[in-house]
Ligand binder design. Structure first.
Ligand SMILES: NC(=O)c1ccc[n+]([C@@H]2O[C@H](COP(=O)([O-])OP(=O)(O)OC[C@H]3O[C@@H](n4cnc5c(N)ncnc54)[C@H](O)[C@@H]3O)[C@@H](O)[C@H]2O)c1
Ligand SMILES: [Zn+2]
Length: 372
């Protein structure tokens, strides 16, 4: 078991990572005095697979839990679902001191965290992430949000959990596609901060794609540690440091929005966004083409998409304007200088972005996306 501390001045909390980490839940609940009444927010799939195990551990810890399930879809990250949950939590918490358990992937974590942040001006919550992507990224750092039709995560807050418990045993039931989805964010960590992690993934790509937990678990720890360090250095993203976590996300989010959140999972769209950002970096003479080749090769080895489908160039460019990283009228990109070294660049030429994205667009469906 590995504990990674996020030393925030007012909100310090641990991220506990390990195979079988759930066994430590009772101790953590006691240590952080979360009380004996929980509301678990999850979806039918995750709860069906692992809910009994979670409830068993909670029961042993003397915690009574009410379970609220939402549909298994990015569409659940909506104001409508949040309002419904808030109403249910408020009703249940009459006469009780409740905490919320976010139990699922990034969709559940973002949504449940948002509900916790705004219900009665803030209820304590814990993150028990069950996807690879949620364990390495979304459960850490306190960004909670729901989407609007105009774009992703447009209503949200910074609201930290009391702790994050990432048990990699949950990952055993993930599909190959979900593992690849998380591997996209892992590539992001390598590019923005950790050349050693990147090399490890190049060497172990086969076992990683096969969801071999002996290599997945150290990748979860390494990525969680990078995120923890970046969040600790720039909690509210006011210093430009945390922004580097958005490598690949400016175009990635625009692709997700344009494709309607159904064709691509988040990591897949981010992989396309990273390919585009790396390409822009080369064309701006920031990145050596050979290093660009390594990034493309690793993404391809992980089975991540190479071409953009289901989107038009004007659609992507217009969706990009809603990106929170745009400061006023100028765009802001995270570009790569090397593996482990990125830079923030304002005002990237729109013609260059259009050329790079245009080259990646295709109309036919790629066979890679269809194979699960
Ligand atoms: N808050 C942040 O800082 C942050 C960072 C990155 C991503 N995100 C958000 O995270 C979301 C994507 O998260 P995700 O990729 O985890 O998607 P997700 O939550 O939709 O989960 C993917 C799928 O895996 C299923 N699943 C979850 N755990 C499982 C398990 N153990 N076994 C089998 N199936 C399981 C889910 O039911 C779902 O069908 C996006 O909304 C994105 O915006 C947030
Ligand atoms: Zn992401």
């Amino acid at each position: 078991m590995k504990t990674i501390n996020i030393p925030l001045p007012a909100n310090a909390y641990p991220v506990v990572v390990g195979h079988g980490a759930l066994a430590g839940l009772a101790d953590l609940l006691g240590k952080y005095r979360l009380g004996t009444d929980a509301v678990i927010i999850s979806n039918p799939k995750v709860f069906g697979l692992h809910g009994r195990q979670l409830q068993g551990v909670l029961r042993k810890a003397g915690v009574t839990a009410k379970v609220l399930l939402v549909a298994d879809s990015e569409k659940s990250k909506s104001m409508a679902t949040a309002v419904r949950l808030i109403d249910q939590v408020v009703r249940y918490s009459v006469g009780r001191k409740c905490f919320i358990v976010a139990f699922g992937g990034g969709v559940t974590g973002d949504l449940a965290g948002f509900v916790a942040a705004v219900t009665k001006r803030g209820l304590p919550f814990i993150q028990v992430p069950t996807t690879f992507l949620a364990q390495i990224d979304s459960s850490i750092g306190g960004k909670v949000a729901v989407d609007l039709p105009a774009g992703k995560n447009l209503v949200g807050a910074f609201y930290h959990p009391r702790f994050v418990l990432a048990d990699t045993a949950f990952l055993e039931t993930l599909s190959g596609r979900q593992i690849r989805n998380g591997l996209a964010e892992a590539v992001k960590y390598g590019v923005i901060a950790d050349a050693r992690l990147f090399s490890f993934m190049e060497k172990e790509y086969r076992r990683l794609v096969e969801n071999d937990l002996s290599v997945i678990t150290p990748v979860v720890s390494a990525c969680a540690a990078i995120k923890a360090k970046i969040v600790a250095a720039d909690e509210k993203e006011t210093r430009g440091l945390r922004t580097i976590l958005n490598f690949g996300h400016t175009i990635g989010h625009a692709i997700e929005t344009t494709a309607g959140y159904t064709l691509y999972q988040h990591g897949e769209a981010v992989a396309l966004g990273m390919r585009a950002a790396a390409s822009i970096s080369v064309r701006m003479k920031l990145l050596d083409p050979m290093v660009h080749f390594r990034i493309e090769t690793l993404l391809t080895a992980f089975g991540l998409p190479e071409n953009i489908e289901g989107c038009s160039l004007p659609g992507i460019l217009s969706a990009m304007r809603f990106d929170k990283k745009f400061s006023g009228k100028t765009n802001r990109f995270v570009l790569a200088r090397d593996i482990g070294d990125v830079v923030l660049q304002e005002g990237v030429d729109l013609a260059l972005i259009s050329a790079v994205v245009g080259k990646m667009l295709i109309r036919r469906r790629s066979s890679r996306l269809l194979s699960h």
